[in-house]
Design a protein. Structure first.
Length: 109
């Protein structure tokens, strides 16, 4: 559960969401992201580091340039988690079993 908390923290920043929207169109160089968002290089680096730490993006170094792309497997896993806690999707029973409710009847039921 803690991993998801960190993921949602990373997604709670407007600039990081903008970066993910840009990367949804495909791989981008850091300089392209910087120019589009009109942010400084250190600020872009900070946001990219956070997105990398939670596993949403990956970086490929080519010479002195860094190219970023979305890790679709991680996005799919996040979507599956959201579905499991918000619907009657397969896997909800597993979530119920791990629910931290202290009540005799879980509010997840």
């Amino acid at each position: 559960m803690k991993d998801y908390v960190e993921l949602f923290k990373a997604l709670s920043d407007e600039n990081r969401l903008k970066i993910l929207c840009m990367l949804a169109c495909g791989e981008l160089c850091a300089c392209d992201i910087q120019d589009s968002l009109e942010l400084t290089q250190p600020t872009i680096s900070h946001h990219m580091k956070i997105l990398q730490q939670v596993g949403l993006i990956e970086v490929e170094k080519r010479g002195k340039w860094a190219f970023y792309s979305i890790r679709q497997d991680q996005v799919d896993q996040l979507c599956d988690f959201i579905k499991s806690v918000t619907s009657e999707a397969p896997g909800k029973e597993e979530f119920r079993n791990r629910c931290s409710c202290s009540r005799s009847r879980c509010i997840c039921d």
